[in-house]
Design a protein around this ligand. Structure first.
Ligand code: ARG
Length: 462
């Protein structure tokens, strides 16, 4: 088939080189955007009196027909084309003959491909934000359901202080809310129309760039044609935001893997999101959580890949940049699928209150609250920390918990300890004492849940 650029060549491209360099397998995913761009460009050509009203109508109709056909049989429409831009131009010429040959006036594949990609990034940001909303909802529902269930809080994965499970879920809620903000930011970065920048220098036809931007739903027009065709920052932002989001999903997955292990037994993940072993009949493996955790590496590597590709490129367009879309589509797909699975898996979690309670009978989870009690009695914190350490050591030597020590035993360590100490040495008292904004007190968690529900205008499920 005829190339877009054959005129100055005597020989055709080597077949291996052709296969190596063609991007149609990836950029076919841009076909709807590319057709929209051609249509908007035709309108600008009409306005600039480069094509007539009749010609514009013919082009517009032919593009609509091509779109219809591509929607139904994309594979058949692509016939050995180098990329989606060549493909659509070839199809237009097939439809319109010489008139089709006018469509590339004042545009280049360099400004075209990046405008297509910006549209794709915008759409994917919106799709991810929509998925994140359902993830946030499923996290919120678990938080609400377990807003008073006392749960061990960890640092270094060692028993630290009691919290409520709702508070733990709301910690993830915060992370995913920040992801929403990051993707909104990516959307804004991508929301700049680059068509009209030509190959690098602009175009000779005075095309109305604002008209084109409006037609394509962009809020802004790029300010520098050289930057426009070489800038991939918005894609790096997308890949970075994707990688941060996957990191959040991965940490949550890791907790589900740990919590669902029979060694810990805090939670059972629904059968729909676990698999069995081909050899060990007792196994119920958290494969989906593991895969989400595993795919995080791949999404991070996409970010690193594109950053590395761009790092030493001179202005402006270089063919290296064609690699960008592989990274983008792979991360976008992985992120969307991962969020979808996590959002559906979370409602299947069944927590086991008995196992959770039993886990807090060891590990001296109330030690810090005991130290805080001493502070209340006027002991400076550093001293109370030391005394508490000794109390823990003593309790440990007896294989007992702090709260089971008698008053006489306590008083060997500090005279200031009175029999009101036992009121402070319960899980409930320890949790509810954290009554500060952002703290785990049940009252605070209830307040946070209420605020979220109002912000998101959610009705109750329970
Ligand atoms: N397939 C190319 C890409 O994705 C389109 C632009 C090609 N431009 C060029 N001058 N060869 O980047």
């Amino acid at each position: 088939m005829g190339k877009l650029w054959g005129g100055r060549f005597k020989k055709s491209l080597d077949t291996d080189a052709a296969q190596f360099s063609y991007s149609i397998d990836v950029d076919r995913q841009l076909y709807t955007y590319d057709i929209a761009i051609n249509a908007a460009h035709a309108l600008a050509l009409l306005e600039a009196e480069i094509i007539s009203e009749t010609e514009y109508t013919l082009i517009d109709r032919a593009l609509a027909k091509i779109k219809y056909e591509m929607d139904h049989r994309l594979d058949d429409m692509i016939a050995g084309d180098e990329d989606i831009h060549s493909c659509i131009e070839r199809l237009l010429i097939n439809e319109l003959g010489d008139l089709g040959k006018k469509i590339h006036t004042g545009k280049s594949r360099n400004d075209q491909v990046i405008t297509d990609t910006r549209m794709a990034v915008k759409d994917h940001c919106q799709a991810i934000i929509a998925q994140l909303q359902s993830l946030l909802r499923s996290i919120y529902d678990q938080a609400e359901k377990h807003s008073t269930l006392i749960f061990p809080g960890f640092t270094h994965f060692q028993t630290a202080q009691p919290i409520v499970l709702g508070h733990h879920f709301l910690a993830y809620f915060e992370q995913f809310q920040r992801d929403v903000t990051r993707f909104q930011h990516c959307f804004n970065s991508a929301d700049v129309c680059t068509l009209g920048s030509g190959a690098l220098a602009g175009n000779n036809y005075g095309l109305n760039r604002r008209l084109v931007a409006r037609e394509l739903g962009f809020s802004n027009v790029s300010a520098n044609s050289m930057d426009a065709v070489s800038d991939r920052d918005f894609m790096l932002e997308f890949l970075s935001a994707s990688s941060i989001l996957m990191t959040h999903l991965s940490r949550l997955s890791e907790e589900l893997v740990l919590w669902s292990s029979p060694l810990i037994g805090f939670v059972t993940i629904g059968d729909e999101f676990t698999t069995g072993s081909s050899i060990m009949p007792q196994k119920k493996n958290p494969d989906i959580a593991e895969l989400i955790r595993g795919k995080t590496g791949r999404v991070l590597s996409n970010f690193v890949g594109l950053q590395t590709t761009i790092k030493a490129l001179p202005l402006t367009y270089n063919r290296d940049l064609q690699e960008d879309k592989t990274y983008f589509f792979d991360s976008a797909r992985t992120v969307i699928d991962s969020i979808k699975c996590m959002a559906k898996m979370i409602p299947t979690l069944q927590f086991h209150a008995d196992q959770i309670a039993a886990s807090m009978e060891k590990g001296y989870i109330l030690a810090t609250d005991f130290a805080d009690y001493l502070v209340k009695q006027g002991v400076p914190f550093r001293e109370s920390h030391e005394i508490t350490g000794q109390v823990v050591l003593f309790a440990e030597s007896q294989n007992r918990q702090i709260e089971s020590l008698t008053l006489e035993e306590f008083q060997q360590f500090s005279e200031t300890i009175k029999d009101d100490v036992y009121q402070y040495l319960t899980l409930e008292a320890a949790v509810d004492a954290k009554n500060v904004v952002g703290g785990t007190a049940r009252q605070q968690v209830a307040q946070q849940l209420k605020q979220i529900k109002e912000t998101y205008k959610w009705s109750s499920n329970h």
